[in-house]
Design a protein around this ligand. Structure first.
Ligand code: AMP
Ligand code: TRP
Length: 331
């Protein structure tokens, strides 16, 4: 009998806002690089997306859009499982069980993303936003996940998943595998174009802070040309002293697959303006290619891919959930 000896990865992106090159370089590009080596499951985590204000009229469209972005970005749906989180009830069910028996208020009070998103006072914030990391832990633990590739902002959440798994295993029986986070060294934190001290984010007010994967290439060129650079004129990688230029070098390096060192050599005696022009061209070319792939896929096909994905994922999730239900005493 041939044994499946590949390790499993699980990751997901929320169908909210517009995906930007930070999401692509920090998450999807990384998944593509891993999809052959690992048994891979990628989810469109829609139940996470409803934890902040959203528009129900466009959520469905966003779900389809994210799945399309996965595929246009190079995820091979024939090899990996792509599915919509809300299609599999085991996620919310395991979340509830973990809430009750493993997660503590003191764990969630430490979550920095909650503090950032909820802001001061946080009394008018939904319970779902607070509990978001436990749902994420359920996502990961249901699939006996070995490795969770994410951007570095998600590290604390993956660590919580590990802690909950260990606590559950200790208090009941050894059911859960302890997942390892995998953070890409380069690209884990693409910074905002107009404020390189902050990370590029879907929710920042200024459109000029990010490059959307579905931006018109012409607009992307303008955004790069307007990007904040630093004092001095040398194209040098030094995130502390030159956060703007270093961020642009990172983006350039990842999109063109050229080492930062090589780029520094190439632009050693060249002004920022010229460097930006070349980067803008690289970005526009990337967007052109990406969007060509994106536009090839039709929405109906995506709905079918998601349904087929859920069919494959569900038995794995159900098996874990059933074991959990047995050891907690309800089955
Ligand atoms: P989110 O936008 O929070 O749904 O994030 C989706 C994925 O993209 C997660 O794995 C994040 O860690 C990653 N990500 C988000 N923003 C960035 C960024 N500026 N740089 C690198 N990765 C990011
Ligand atoms: N919280 C993650 C983010 O915002 C998305 C996510 C939900 C996720 N469930 C997950 C990522 C499980 C990895 C594994 O990026």
């Amino acid at each position: 009998m041939i044994q499946n000896i590949k390790k499993r990865i699980f990751s997901g992106v929320q169908p909210s806002g517009n995906l930007h090159i930070g999401n692509f370089l920090g998450a999807i590009k990384q998944w593509v690089a891993l999809q052959d080596e690992y048994d891979s499951i990628f989810s469109v985590v829609d139940y996470h997306a409803i934890t902040v204000k959203y528009d129900p009229k466009i959520l469905r469209k966003k779900i389809i859009e994210i799945a399309k972005i996965y595929i246009a970005g190079g995820i091979d749906y024939k090899k990996v499982i792509i599915f919509q989180q809300s299609d599999i009830r085991a996620h919310t069910e395991l979340c509830w069980i973990l809430n009750a028996v493993s997660a503590r208020v003191s764990d969630l009070n430490k979550m920095t993303q909650f503090k950032d998103k909820a802001g001061e006072g946080n009394v008018n914030v939904g319970i779902g936003l607070y509990d978001y990391p436990v749902l994420m832990a359920a996502d990961i633990l249901l699939y006996n996940t070995d490795v969770v590739p994410v951007g570095d902002d998600q590290l604390q959440h993956v660590e919580l998943a590990r802690d909950l798994a260990k606590r559950f295993n200790h208090d009941y029986e050894k059911i859960f595998k302890i997942p390892e986070p995998k953070i890409m060294k380069q690209g884990a934190r693409i910074m905002s174009l107009d404020n390189p001290e902050k990370k590029m984010s879907k929710s920042a007010e200024s459109e000029f802070s990010r490059i959307g994967l579905l931006d018109e290439p012409e607009l992307a060129i303008k955004k790069i040309m307007k990007a904040t650079t630093d004092i001095g004129a040398k194209v040098k990688f030094n995130p502390k002293e030159k956060p703007g230029i270093s961020n642009l070098l990172t983006i350039y390096s990842l999109l063109a697959n050229i080492e930062i060192k090589k780029l520094e050599e190439k632009y050693a005696n060249i002004m920022y303006g010229e460097f930006k022009k070349d980067l803008a061209e690289t970005v526009a070319e990337f967007l052109n290619d990406f969007q060509k792939e994106y536009n090839k896929i039709d929405d109906k096909q995506i709905a079918e891919i998601l349904t087929a994905g859920a069919k494959k994922a569900e038995p794995i999730a159900e098996e874990t959930l059933m074991k959990v239900k047995r050891v907690i005493g309800v089955k």
